[in-house]
Ligand binder design. Sequence first.
Ligand SMILES: Cc1cc2nc3c(=O)[nH]c(=O)nc-3n(C[C@H](O)[C@H](O)[C@H](O)COP(=O)(O)OP(=O)(O)OC[C@H]3O[C@@H](n4cnc5c(N)ncnc54)[C@H](O)[C@@H]3O)c2cc1C
Length: 854
Amino acid sequence: MQGGFVFYALARFQKYLNSPHSKLMKPEKNILVKKLLVKDVREHRNVIQEQTFHTESESDLNAKEESGLEGLYLFGDLRNGILYTYSMLLLVSLPKLPTGWSIRVLTGWWWMYCILVVTAYRASMTAILANPAPRVTIDTLDQLATNPISCGGWGEQNKDFFLTSLDTAGRKIGEKFEVIHDTNSALDKVSKGTFAFYDNIYFLQYASVKKQLLTEQNKNSEDTVLNTDQSDSVDRNLHIMRDCAINMPISIGLRKNSPLKPQMDKFILRMIEAGLIKKWLNDVMLVTFSAEIPDQGKSTKALMDLRKLYGAFVALGLGIKRYLTSSKMTNELLPDFPPGPLDVYRKQATFDWKKMRIFVETEDILKFKAHIWKTLESDPIFQHQVSTPSLDETRHIAVKRMIQLKKYNFLKIENVMENVRKPLAFLGALFQYDPSAAGKLSLTYGLFESSIQGMGTARHYPFVEASTEGKVTGKCCTHSVLYAKLITPDGTDHGLHSFVVPIRNPTTLLPYPGVTVGDMGEKVGLNGFDNGFVMFDQYRIPRENLLNKNGDVTPEGEYVSPMKDPKKRFGASLGNLSTGRISIIGTCVEYLISAITIATRYAATRKQFGPSEDKELPVIEYQLQQWRLFPYLAAAYALKNFSVYFGEVMVNFHIDSVLGNKKEKLADFGMEVHGLSSAGKPVCSWLSRDAIQECREACGGHGYLKGLGDLRNNNDACCTYEGENSVLIQQTSNWLLQLWSRRDGKSQGPITSPLGSVDFLSNAQDILATRFSASTKEMAVRPETLLAAYEWLICWLLQATNDRIKFNSDSGMDSFTAKNNAQVFYARPLSIAFLEVNRLSALHPVEVLAKSNW
Ligand SMILES: Cc1cc2nc3c(=O)[nH]c(=O)nc-3n(C[C@H](O)[C@H](O)[C@H](O)COP(=O)(O)OP(=O)(O)OC[C@H]3O[C@@H](n4cnc5c(N)ncnc54)[C@H](O)[C@@H]3O)c2cc1C
């Protein structure tokens, strides 16, 4: 383990030395340093950071990458490092490691087991060779009882003593106890290791020393005279076992029932307590002890036995158990599909779909989702309707389901803390099952409460409590969270702030005077949502209802804020606005996954036309069908990866925002998340819109049945709510344009952001100076080539948008019009390309892993 850590540390250090960030290594003139969005991406891309995009030959490039990936870099991942270290210890050349985690666990334990066995075996062999006659000593009565060696002592009484013992081991000894008449011959047998002799400890000590002296004497005479008696050579000193059968320092024989016994006992006890007995015995034995040759620390136990390999067996057992249980778990979680028409294609698969699923989702998330779906499947409230219910019924069902979901409480706070992917996985699972109930739940409770937690303070927590109890929100809500401009009595506009606004009287549920509420009626989809409108006319709310984490108004009407810079304040509140949009990205991905799964399966089973009268082909065999569907299948993976990453970012932001962590970074973080989500929601919802439409058409007439149509209608709302796509996406280009003005790095230093998504803009001049140099298809589709091309495109579009706005302004347009007239060819594609490069960055680790051996 320690070796693994050391190699890992060395590999990291080596990587650091090779990285252009290292002060120890000066960057070459033409080196492009690419800043990355994702932490994981940073790690993987360190390997390719030194690519000279236009000046190096392909072979140089290959050589550089090869050398970067080989050798010590194999240890760059801690888990691989440990496994490779094991394999080295076993003198196995560096193998290709398996990627399935259960096989890796088994491999790790197997190697560990091998190391333990080999080490134990080698150690024992060495010990046996160094000490040719290892001896096993008997130290306890149990060992003596179970050992096949015979034993005995003088007198029938001793045999009876053992035979009548209450102890099983004692009785066993009694059964094989031989009555000895010749003590010397018995001791000889002991010295040859074939007999155990029972006697008083002092006598045994005396016999032992005597034997020791004799053995020593024989040894000395062997040195000078050739000893022909081989039996002598196996003699050894006597060993006295640790256990004591009877602890009796002295005994004096008396006639049975002798009246002297109590007196004798009393005096003997006194002598023992005074230490006289011990002293006298020691005095008597002194000659023996002084003659004893001290044991020179000779090791007598060197044999390898099974007990010494317990650790190895346990380690192997654990590995096997883990492997078996994980395989069983995988099969329980992802059972094989029942046989059917798709078998033909399933059998042609070049990868294991179960491993792929676990890789994309992780086992923890799959279990979590399976638990949700199983629970809903077995609950009558969640049974799918055979025919379309009326609008009222649809809403009624959605409310009932929402209340039931609240009761199930699938997403507990501890779940979120142990895995920040769970909130998005939870929403994804629900939106795939019933988007209306999912949406109602997340708006009624989730968004209302998280807005207050993120932007409010302790004075607002009663609203959260009331919401949890179901008293505040819903169709007849009494309160609502609204965003509005805050204008203080002195007429200063402090920008967007959020407020908890009372809507209805909690007793009568009638709207307060000045508030008008109404229902929006039936919609294209999501009819379980009872969307309404609310209008205010000269309506006043308490000052304390301002969610005041980032800014407050004193009773005197003065504006106060812990963030002096209004831009930072704005940035912090923007981050909170992104929660909904990031959830929508996740929802679009789940819609897209559902649609592409239906369409691909349908295409693989639906047969139409063929090369001959008697042969029809599944429509998936047609080039045109593949061209229509497969890009969306690929997009589903790319978007899934991006949404999972972005969901994690958002949960972490929310946690920091609630706990008041990283305050100094929160504003920049909020601004960046806003920039990413403002392009992310449009790009993802447009892509899923097009994909679902294509899937619907790809299923022919069957595609016009309700399922895909519902998906399309439900997804359509994603293009509109939480910011109409075409309006929202302008936020991203505006943010990028602001950063573009800082690209020279002189006024405010290099461009950096908490997630690193815009860091490459600091190198804009170098990037724009590069030329596309990939000369083969393989080079052109490398992730690093694509990323570099995207970075170039973004810099170019930024330059072009900036120039266009300047041109418009120079032509006499006001700034509002100048910006609006730069949207179509420049600003809009700029935002889309920016989001795509981030999607690609988030995907890059997947690319790297996909090359490994599944
Ligand atoms: C199902 C559903 C649920 C909703 N739930 C909620 C909710 O819970 N809470 C809530 O507050 N709202 C909700 N909304 C409202 C939603 O947020 C808005 O409809 C959305 O933000 C668009 O605003 P709008 O309807 O005013 O569109 P408009 O702003 O009127 O836009 C109309 C068209 O004009 C275009 N346009 C507008 N300005 C520009 C510009 N500057 N440049 C170019 N084009 C422009 C837009 O792209 C759009 O195509 C919901 C909407 C739907 C469909």
